[in-house]
Design a protein around this ligand. Structure first.
Ligand code: FEO
Length: 398
């Protein structure tokens, strides 16, 4: 159902309570998501900003028709063309095939690459280009690689100033309440951080640059309307400030120990190491996560805000475990900086895992604290004390 947000703007998106994974199975979405689409009515022109994911295309267009005669839409603004936002475009364009689609040049290429349209009317825009709606104006700001090459933001001059930021400032968070001050703050911030860590973290340097560029424009701002999750209405600047913090090598006093275990030897080592860290640095939070059992994106979120990470795996077939291989690949893809790391694990004969995991961590940009720690077969009390001491030494390096 459409929801009026301001005098000019109406939300016409789709809340997807059932969504449990995104990007195939790359990203867990425990709290669902939404695909936010906005209708902006000026005194002379009306535009639609973004659409929804393809499975909801018919529903989206049907509901949109209940809100407006589609022929009254003068332009479709596509801020970003990943399928969760452009998926309903073909269904919409079947109804209004001549309506101009405003997007970046890369956006047009991506739409063409996805849907292979023949006669759609593209209008390529660049930073600073505007579209007058009569009493109000849309201004486009390119934001390449936040998080795709086509991404742009659209700023609306009416209703005190509204930034349509697409994925930026978004969260995979289903809610019927629509606004940030109507939902649980801890849940909201967890999902916003998880979104940043898993989707935007590799592009942090560009995020800082773009945010500072927009802040320098000194534009009035009453709302930030992302394409997923809540609209930032109560103090919208809070999420901008938070992004600047996250984007600049964010870390708190936390060590996350990510391990896998076959017969519990590596788990016992992990617990003893955690004990050592806590005794040396009681001000630190230490979290243990089993890579084979815990959600991979929750693990990456914990690592994102940690000062250091320890990775543990038994040696298996001269390598490390399947689950640890997956999480290492994800962590390295995040391109995190100023994170300390080391590796450990139990073994029976070759004992290669700590060395190989250390090499993987180094390749991913982690600052290696030491050459790692390994333990033969099942640790006895002396060995567990050594593991505890290893934790103490690791903590001293933080
Ligand atoms: Fe929400 Fe990059 O799509």
């Amino acid at each position: 159902m459409a929801k009026k947000i301001t005098d000019h703007v109406t939300w016409v998106g789709k809340v997807d309570w059932e969504l449990k994974s995104f990007h195939g199975n790359e990203l867990s979405t425990h709290r669902g998501s939404s695909y936010n689409s906005y209708l902006v009515r000026g005194s002379e022109k009306t535009v639609l900003i973004d659409t929804v994911w393809q499975p909801f295309d018919l529903e989206f267009v049907t509901r949109l028709k209940q809100e407006i005669d589609l022929n009254e839409i003068d332009a479709v603004i596509m801020n970003h063309n990943e399928v969760d936002h452009s998926g309903a475009l073909p269904e919409l364009m079947r109804e209004i095939p001549n309506t101009p689609i405003y997007c970046t040049k890369k956006g047009e290429a991506i739409i063409r690459g996805h849907y292979h349209p023949e006669n759609w009317n593209f209008v390529n825009v660049k930073t600073g280009n505007t579209l007058s709606l009569g009493d109000t104006t849309l201004t486009f700001v390119e934001a390449p690689m936040l998080h795709w090459p086509d991404t742009m933001f659209t700023y609306f001059s009416g209703d005190g100033g509204i930034l349509f930021s697409n994925d930026g400032f978004g969260q995979h968070y289903a809610t019927e309440s629509l606004y940030n001050d109507c939902v649980d703050t801890a849940e909201l911030y967890y999902e916003a951080e998880k979104y940043y860590a898993n989707i935007l973290a590799p592009f942090s340097a560009m995020a800082v640059k773009k945010i500072n560029e927009i802040l320098a424009m000194n534009l009035p701002l009453t709302l930030i309307c992302p394409s997923h999750g809540v609209i930032w209405k109560e103090n919208p600047a809070q999420i901008v400030t938070q992004y600047l913090t996250w984007a600049q090598n964010y870390q708190i006093n936390q060590v996350t120990i990510v391990y896998d275990t076959m017969w519990n030897s590596t788990r016992k080592m992990a617990e003893a190491i955690a004990d050592g860290i806590r005794s040396e640095r009681p001000e630190f939070t230490v979290k243990l996560m089993n890579a084979a059992k815990d959600d991979k994106n929750d693990i990456t979120t914990e690592v994102f805000h940690s000062k250091a990470v320890l990775i543990g795996s038994p040696t298996i077939n001269n390598g490390y475990s399947y689950a640890i291989a997956g999480i290492l690949e994800m962590l390295c893809g995040m391109k995190l900086k100023q994170k300390k790391a080391a590796a450990f694990g139990s073994y029976g004969w070759s004992g290669d895992a700590p060395k190989l995991m250390t090499e993987h961590l180094a390749k991913g940009g982690f600052e290696i604290v030491n050459e790692g720690y390994r333990s033969l077969w099942v640790p006895d009390s002396d060995e567990l004390e050594r593991a505890r001491q290893y934790g103490c030494e690791f903590a001293k390096a933080l």
